[in-house]
Design a protein around this ligand. Structure first.
Ligand SMILES: [Zn+2]
Length: 191
């Protein structure tokens, strides 16, 4: 597994540390990324545990995702069904939750718009962002940041949308988020 060295300054004692980091992981480590434990290191000087942000690539059977917190360069890679790049940890975490549950991220973004339309005006005005947050037996769960509430979408709706939507073929690593997902739909839905 690919590793590289990275320097970081401890925010506690200000000493410089050189650490070995993994630059590439497989889906076996997906949970360690989601809970961020993979990014935790111990300062060699003072022993403080620090979370360090660094670029990483994760690949599974049908996906490859690059986390690029410092740059937004597009990265070319061998073809996977899902080729994505994320530049914030929240986007990266959400993408991994989506891949872990074998869902299509473009449909997930589309469902966010559907959910927002369905919500009460009272809740709508508080929402700052909406994130995929996992699933239960019958629903996909979304967290409404700002309103601090969860909303569910039935898996049947997801399945119908997946069947109905024509998606463009993506052949390079791209950023798919709430602002950009419509580029990858062959026809527009709501607007
Ligand atoms: Zn330290």
């Amino acid at each position: 597994m690919a590793t590289q060295k990275e320097d970081f300054k401890c925010p506690n004692c200000k000493k410089k540390n050189r650490i070995k980091i993994k630059s590439e992981v497989t889906s076996a480590e997906i949970d360690k990324i989601i809970d961020r434990s993979l990014f935790k290191v111990k300062c060699l000087a003072c022993g403080e545990t620090i979370t360090v942000d660094y670029p990483i690539k994760i690949s599974g059977d049908n996906y490859v995702i690059y986390y690029t917190p410092c740059s937004s360069d597009e990265i070319e890679d061998e073809y996977h069904e899902y080729m994505r790049v994320c530049d914030t940890f929240d986007d990266f975490k959400e993408k991994l939750l989506i891949m872990k549950d074998s869902l299509n991220d473009i449909i997930i973004e589309l469902i966010k718009d559907y959910l927002i339309i369905e919500l009460d005006e009272e809740i709508k005005k508080d929402i700052k962002d909406i994130r995929y947050d996992g699933q239960n037996e019958e629903h996909l769960i979304f967290y409404l940041i700002g309103a601090e509430k969860s909303a569910g979408c039935s898996k049947q709706i997801y399945a119908n949308l997946l069947k109905k939507c024509k998606l463009k073929k993506i052949k390079k690593c791209v950023n798919v988020d709430h602002q950009t997902y419509e580029k990858y739909l062959k026809k527009r839905f709501w607007k």
